[in-house]
Design a protein around this ligand. Sequence first.
Ligand code: 5GP
Length: 207
Amino acid sequence: MTQGLLIVLSGPSGSGKSTAMAELLRRHPEYYFSVSVTTRDPRPNEQDGVSYWFITKDRFDEMVRQGELLEHAEYVSACYGTPAAPIDEAMARGCCALLDIEVQGAGQVAAHRKDAVLIFMLPPSYDELSRRLNGRGDTAPEKVRARLQRALEEIQHAPEYDYIVVSETVEGVADELEAIITAEQCKAARRAHLVKEDFSHALPTNV
Ligand code: 5GP
């Protein structure tokens, strides 16, 4: 079995990453979505263990100390991190592992995992991003401002990624993500084992 693919998706909060990921997972239930740990409060529609594991700062610090996180970062006064063990297990099973993380964390993954594929999702426009963040209705105005400020900073890092996708429609962005994953799976370096197979039995014997 070949090693799985490690896909890192970044983009400002409100760019549509979670919706795009949900569509990709609907199309490919065999993919593994990495559930992060976070110290922020759950939003009304969020369930523990589905979008995040909601944990205390003490538990977060302990996970960092124990080396349980593949990467971690602070984002608008909360801590976020990717548990390493489930990623390793998914990769060993040959799964495509999907991480939805911000730019500092993506940089840490890229530094440790040279095989990681880094994708940045741009919102269609700044106005649309602002509209989406304000429209959530569950984020205080000062947090919306902080997230918009952070969005502008994050977008500056987009050119450092392997790919950029733009979230005009959910289906369109999921199509682009699928295309990237397919191309990465077809890379010669990942398929070299196919060439080593012995095809000599297929040669005609009467020539
Ligand atoms: P939100 O609070 O809107 O769910 O997420 C805020 C930001 O944190 C988003 O950009 C999201 O991608 C990022 N994020 C979520 N989980 C992780 C994680 O495990 N590590 C890092 N570095 N960022 C994360």
